[in-house]
Design a protein around this ligand. Sequence first.
Ligand SMILES: Nc1ncnc2c1ncn2[C@@H]1O[C@H](COP(=O)(O)OP(=O)(O)OP(=O)(O)O)[C@@H](O)[C@H]1O
Ligand SMILES: [Mg+2]
Length: 151
Amino acid sequence: MKDTVKCEFPAKSINESFARVFVASFASRLDPTLEELAEIKTAVSEAVTNIIIHGYKGGNGIAYIECEAKETDGKKSLKVKITDKGAGIDDIELARTPLYTSNPDGERSGMGFTVMETFMDKVEVKSLPGVGTSVIMTKYLHGGKEDESLE
Ligand SMILES: Nc1ncnc2c1ncn2[C@@H]1O[C@H](COP(=O)(O)OP(=O)(O)OP(=O)(O)O)[C@@H](O)[C@H]1O
Ligand SMILES: [Mg+2]
């Protein structure tokens, strides 16, 4: 059986810290370092902020989070899927480009996806305009992936 948990909550900034702590408390079963945990929380924050600002444009909507813990050949990994049913993204490649923001007049710097890519090992974006967006991020714990190159 898969080791998964799910939650959903109104996409409001008051729930951002809930989302971070939800994922972090699930991730703690994989014995992450404090640094890894901080990286996971930062990536989750970026994805949830995007849902609030871009997905639902400050209006009402639900954010969905699914987490899966895996351990294969002693290598631990965390997969986090963060979904909205909001505006969707026209050009995913452009959206992922560092410094690109569709909101240049505001306080956005266009670095959210870059931060997610920096702190997680894999970031996949699935999106359809008018339907919504899913960001699926994977992180290997204790350098499970990188360790191979050291051995
Ligand atoms: N959930 C989403 N729904 C719709 N559009 C999105 C979503 N997430 C990201 N985007 C689009 O992708 C662009 C890039 O996102 P990214 O997080 O990299 O930058 P930003 O949110 O504009 O700025 P920053 O994250 O630095 O505050 C956004 O400007 C927006 O157009
Ligand atoms: Mg962002």
